[in-house]
Design a protein around this ligand. Structure first.
Ligand code: PEP
Ligand code: MG
Length: 583
């Protein structure tokens, strides 16, 4: 038995065989085709190759603008290679002679070319191998319309082991037999962690270079509470895992008893609990856990469903589904937050040199107005079916907010012109997740209808720490006094302006943080459904005046360690049976 240590990213314990996904692993299908299917197969190739060419051309243009002709030259070379008549003839000739599917032909030709180049002693020619590999992967990913192997066909439950996972991988595996996740990269608030919690899959992330010793089929125990992975566990460790699973079931049953109790502190002060969701089906779990609404619908995940990009109509149906599931309770839909670690080449949101400081979220939407307007129209139309609120991500300045609101007015006009009834008073608020926005929150509060504090990004940008980088995870501290000051400033300014202030960052799901936030005056706590009842139990046992006193104590502290130790002690005093202590 070997024990590996990582970041506890999604609670729960599971044991199952490993399924190791290699970095560059595309499970390429291989099957015979009939001679009459050759033209269709070639047409499939041409469509995929054209998409790949467009993608590379856009990459070239953007690189040219940002970094100059030298850097962009590599993409020119890729474009030339993709249109090389010799390359195309070779593929077409093999397709006809071997009668196998086009993906197989591409991989075989790639292997052959790389093999040939490796035998020539010329460094510049050998460098072409990497280009050939790149082109072939790009075309294959379009042919197969996905980047991960088909996990839904697995014959048994597995723990998925990978270097990192894309948002689209996570959405795809929801339907498969993956029971736990282990990755080398990632942190507590990376998209893998957020989705693992949403899908209730135990996950340990950020193991660094620890995966080389794990092979598919090895039995693993994933302890998502303790951040441990046991490789080839002994009988005792397996027994402990089973006991931990039973304890978790018992704790969930005990918490279920408070679902219908009111959200009031012990001295009768109200608080609001809402759920964060990523896909419409999650709204059911939110309802079942007694959520008072949806505080954050991360709409971008609709765009990561395998296969295609949803247009206005499909988005409208998805938003309406959530609104109807919540039966009149408010639903806050966040507009597209792509870019950063959520690249989506189909929409033009590409991997950038410095993606977390790049062209993402509202910046992307203000530039791609057709995409943004279609989404706004879909949201406005869904608002006819219930209480819908619009939330704008990554606002950094009042100017951006003004531009976004102008587009919202335009979308409203367009809806009316097309004959849809649209309410005039749909609330539109913003996420406070960039320090500049927190610092300007007094001004922004005059324009926005509400604030929702996004501590996942606010912590990242305040501490200058990539939230998905395991090497600097020790600095990623929502309890850092600098982050707490920005949160307090936002709450104070929002309240002074008379607008509601909530939090939808993961911090709200930590009972110790919830105690502090209540004391700072936060009204609304939004989190994944699985965390709702734990926070509810804590807040119901807290006296608001005592929470305010605790917050005053915390504001005088100098380190996150001190804050964390103090709050954990306070929470333990409130929850003697540990049912509301975060794992
Ligand atoms: C946040 O940044 O806190 C947030 C809720 O948004 P996301 O995690 O989707 O970036
Ligand atoms: Mg964010």
């Amino acid at each position: 038995m070997r024990e590996l240590r990582g970041i506890p990213a999604s609670p729960g314990v599971v044991s199952a065989p490993a399924f190791v996904l290699k970095e560059d692993d595309i499970a390429v299908p291989s099957y015979p085709i009939e001679a009459k299917a050759v033209p269709g197969e070639w047409a499939r190739f041409e469509t995929a190759a054209e998409k790949a060419r467009l993608e590379v051309a856009e990459l070239r243009d953007r690189t040219l603008k940002a970094a100059g002709a030298d850097q962009a030259a590599i993409f020119d070379a890729h474009l030339l290679m993709m249109s090389d008549p010799e390359f195309l003839e070779s593929l077409q000739e093999r397709l006809g002679s071997t009668l196998r599917n086009i993906e197989r032909i591409i991989v075989d030709l790639e292997t052959e070319l790389v093999d040939k180049l490796s035998r020539i002693e010329d460094a510049s020619l050998q460098a072409r191998s990497a280009d050939i590999h790149d082109i072939s992967r790009r075309i294959l990913s379009h042919l197969m319309e996905r980047t991960a192997p088909d996990l839904s066909t697995l014959g048994e439950d597995v723990v998925l082991v990978a270097h990192d996972l894309l948002p689209s991988d996570m959405i795809a595996l929801k339907k498969g037999r993956v029971r736990g996740i282990v990755t080398e990269a990632g942190g507590k608030t990376s998209h893998v962690a957020i989705l693992a919690r949403a899908f209730e899959l135990p996950a340990v992330l950020g193991l660094g270079k620890a995966l080389s010793g794990i092979s598919s089929g090895d039995i693993l125990v994933v302890d998502g509470d303790g951040g441990r992975v046991l490789l080839q566990p002994d009988a005792e460790a397996l027994k402990d895992a089973t006991a931990a699973q039973a304890a978790a079931r018992a704790a969930a049953m005990s918490l279920a008893q408070i679902i219908d109790l009111p959200s009031l502190t012990s001295d009768g002060q109200p608080f609001i609990l809402k759920a964060n969701i990523e896909v419409p089906e999650e709204a059911e779990a939110a309802w079942d856990h007694g959520a008072g609404g949806i505080g954050l619908f991360r709409s971008e995940f609709l765009f990561f469903q395998p296969g295609h990009i949803p247009g206005e109509e499909e988005q409208y149906r998805a938003y309406r589904q959530v609104v109807e599931t919540m039966k009149g309770r408010p639903v806050t839909i966040r507009t597209l937050d792509i870019g950063g670690d959520k690249v989506l080449p189909e929409l033009g949101a590409l991997d950038e040199k410095n993606p977390l400081l790049g062209w993402r979220a509202i910046r992307f939407c203000l530039a791609k107005q057709d995409v943004f307007l279609a989404q706004l129209r879909a949201i406005l139309r869904a608002a006819a079916h219930g209480d819908v609120r619009i939330m704008l991500p990554m606002i950094a300045s009042a100017d951006e907010l003004d531009q976004a609101f102008d587009l919202l007015h335009q979308a409203r006009r367009e809806c009316k012109q097309r004959g849809y009834e649209v309410s005039e008073d749909i609330k539109a608020g913003i996420m406070i997740e960039i320090p500049a926005a927190a610092l300007m929150s007094d001004i922004l509060a005059r324009k926005a209808d509400f604030f929702s504090i996004g501590t996942n990004d606010l912590t990242q940008y305040t501490m200058a720490v990539d939230r998905g980088n395991e090497r600097v995870a020790y600095l990623y501290e929502p309890f850092n006094p600098a982050v707490i000051r920005l949160i307090k400033m936002t709450i104070d300014n929002g309240r002074a302006a008379g607008i509601p202030v909530g939090m939808c960052g993961e911090m709200a799901a930590d009972p110790a943080a919830a105690l502090l936030l209540l004391g700072l005056g936060l009204e609304e706590f939004s989190m994944s459904s699985a965390s709702l009842l734990r926070v509810k139990r804590l807040l119901r046992s807290v006296n608001k005046a005592e929470a305010e006193k605790a917050a005053r104590e915390v504001l005088g502290m100098s380190s996150s360690k001190e804050v964390s130790a103090y709050l954990s002690e306070r929470v333990a005093a409130y929850c003697r049976d540990s049912s509301c202590i975060a794992p």
